[in-house]
Design a binder for this molecule. Structure first.
Ligand SMILES: Nc1ncnc2c1ncn2[C@@H]1O[C@H](COP(=O)(O)OP(=O)(O)OP(=O)(O)O)[C@@H](O)[C@H]1O
Ligand SMILES: Cc1cn([C@H]2C[C@H](O)[C@@H](COP(=O)(O)O)O2)c(=O)[nH]c1=O
Length: 215
């Protein structure tokens, strides 16, 4: 069962950029509103957003990336173009006015999907990350980690697949490995969540990670 935790200190949270990552079907969407509600109850403005997406332009690019056939360089440039617009129009202004930004996926997804899954050059991704983000990085990332076979069963029960969700287990195994590399590179930024357990147990892990930071 999820345990109740101490009320977060708004002063510690204002202007924080929090991202949520994991392979498709990891259970991110199931948890994200609960976290937002916790912070809203503490009096904070919470901006819930997602990538690719979050602005009209970036949502248009999302439709292309999720549903149109394209090569990996095109796919990579489109997710970074969407990210640039999203950062300028939504994320940076929200952080500047002291909101908490809770974003479903960010650049770790590019390293995992385009880098790990598609095999795109990680050094080029790092350059694009630098150009597009100008140093902006999440303050905390929840990485929902689980076996691709379990995620595939959850997706099959939930919805019709898009272009990524139609990929096979080998692709998602490589994506998971891409996430693991990012986790290993910045373990202080990333909280690994065991996403194979019940929603209540997942929520308890999230609360523990937040409580450890006083958030
Ligand atoms: N801990 C859990 N145990 C079992 N099933 C779960 C759990 N969490 C979520 N689910 C179910 O798995 C399916 C996928 O969950 P959800 O949509 O939250 O995943 P997601 O990570 O947001 O996926 P995507 O990134 O592809 O949008 C849903 O049917 C949801 O009810
Ligand atoms: C940010 C980002 C996302 N993707 C992929 C990962 C998912 O399959 C979709 C988004 O769908 P969701 O239901 O909103 O999770 O896009 C990617 O390949 N690269 C990225 O940078």
């Amino acid at each position: 069962m999820s345990q109740s935790c101490a009320a977060p200190d708004p002063a510690l949270l204002a202007g924080r950029f929090i991202t949520i990552e994991g392979i498709d079907g990891a259970g991110k969407s199931t948890q994200v509103e609960r976290v937002a509600a916790r912070w809203r109850a503490a009096g904070l403005e919470v901006v819930r957003t997602r990538e690719p997406g979050g602005t009209p332009l970036a949502e248009s690019l999302r439709e292309l990336v999720l549903h149109r056939t394209m090569d990996t360089l095109t796919e990579t440039l489109l997710v970074f173009a969407a990210r640039r617009d999203h950062l300028r129009e939504v994320v940076e202004p929200a952080l500047a006015r002291g909101a908490v930004v809770l974003c479903d996926r960010f650049t770790d997804a590019t390293f995992a999907y385009q880098g790990g899954g598609r095999g795109f050059d990680l050094a080029v991704l790092a350059q694009l990350e630098h150009w597009v983000q100008q140093g902006r990085q999440p303050d905390l990332t929840f990485w929902f980690d689980l076996a691709p076979e379990i995620a595939a069963r959850r997706r099959a029960a939930a919805r019709a697949p898009d272009r990524f969700e139609s990929e096979d287990i080998a692709f998602f195994t490589a994506v998971r490995q891409g996430y693991a590399l990012r986790f290993d590179a910045t373990p202080q930024r990333v909280a690994r969540i065991d996403a194979e357990c019940t929603p209540e147990a997942v929520a308890a892990q999230i609360d523990a990670a937040l409580e450890a930071r006083g958030w």
